[in-house]
Design a protein around this ligand. Structure first.
Ligand code: HEM
Ligand code: NFK
Length: 280
């Protein structure tokens, strides 16, 4: 027999005995991770549905990790690391936009067969998603309610509601760097969703009219726009995938379904950064 490509390929000294050493699976806790898929229906496609959501939740975990650290770095005036973290968040979001193509291989009859097994569960109750919305400034105290049955979880989502958003951190940074921000804007309760403010737009305008004079702030502005751009694409792919799979049925979470999700397409996370483009 002719030697295969693996012969002499340098694996003979590879570690093979993990009775005492930590292995790949140990390090990654794969026993737990791969034992967490429990289809409730006899349907073949439910595994896709579960894994699509679980992988998204894992990526959301990393996005939150990056967004929280980015917020802390903005507060500490360390913008170099902030930019790396925000770039990573955009790349994750881009990847989640692409991921919809996998789920879109599920047809309406295939989903309809497993949908009754979902009960009232829905992505609407995703606490990590809600925390991402909150840290990006789309605050809404009413959406804490689905977590009321779990006090520890409720406390965690509530903390995200009560912590200044990343954009709030950016606005405070503009003020610290000597750009005028209306004191009333700086005193706004942090539990409220971001709303357009003329002094914030004027401050960003100064930055965008002289990028080389405010290079870091300019780069920060564009990183935030990158994130909102990819988040909008994610929302759009979600609503389009939902319409193609369940049409205009009411959601299992109790909302109007597609019409609710379409309204969410109008959310603007960083209003001044978008508005300034018209007057620049
Ligand atoms: C067959 C695929 C899917 C369908 C039919 C679907 C349907 C829906 C519907 C109808 C809603 C509105 C809430 C409700 O009343 O239930 C919703 C919300 C939501 N879904 Fe999905 N979804 C699908 C896949 C996904 C995936 C893969 C994710 C990723 C984690 C996801 C995450 C979310 C989130 C986070 C919300 C809340 C959105 C918000 O409040 O703005 N969905 N979905
Ligand atoms: N809201 C969906 C159900 C759904 O998609 C779902 C159900 C349980 C766990 C995650 C889900 N994904 C996103 O909402 C529906 O109305 O069919």
């Amino acid at each position: 027999m002719t030697p295969g490509p693996q012969e002499g390929a340098g694996w003979h000294d590879a570690s093979m005995d993990f009775s005492k050493d930590m292995s790949y699976g140990d390090y990654l806790a794969l026993d737990q991770l791969l034992d967490a898929q429990h289809p409730l229906s006899p349907e073949h496609n439910e595994m896709l549905f579960i894994i699509q959501h679980q992988t998204t939740e894992l990526w959301m975990k990393l996005m939150l990790h990056e967004l929280r650290a980015a917020r802390a770095h903005i507060d500490a005036e360390q913008l170099g690391p902030t930019f790396k973290m925000l770039t990573r968040v955009s790349r994750i979001m881009d990847q989640l936009v692409q991921a919809w193509t996998v789920l879109a291989t599920m047809t309406p009859p295939e989903y309809t067969a497993m949908r009754p097994y979902l009960g009232h569960s829905s992505g609407f109750q995703s606490f990590q998603y809600r925390e991402i919305e909150f840290i990006l400034g789309n605050k809404n105290a009413a959406l804490l309610r689905p977590h009321a049955h779990n006090p520890a979880r409720l406390a965690e989502v509530q903390r995200a509601l009560e912590t200044p958003s990343l954009y709030e951190g950016a606005i405070r940074l503009l003020a610290r760097r000597g750009l005028h921000i209306d004191p009333a804007r700086l005193a706004r309760p942090v539990t409220e969703r971001t709303e357009y403010d003329a002094s914030v737009e004027a401050a960003w305008l100064e930055v965008y009219r002289d990028p080389s004079g405010h290079w870091e702030l300019y780069e920060l502005g564009e990183k935030l726009v990158d994130i909102e751009d990819s988040f909008r694409q994610w929302r759009f792919r979600h609503v389009t995938t939902v319409e193609r799979i369940i049409g205009f049925k009411r959601g299992t979470g109790g909302t109007d379904g597609v019409s609710y999700l379409r309204k969410m397409l109008d959310v603007v996370l960083f209003p001044e950064l978008w508005r300034l483009r018209t007057v620049l």
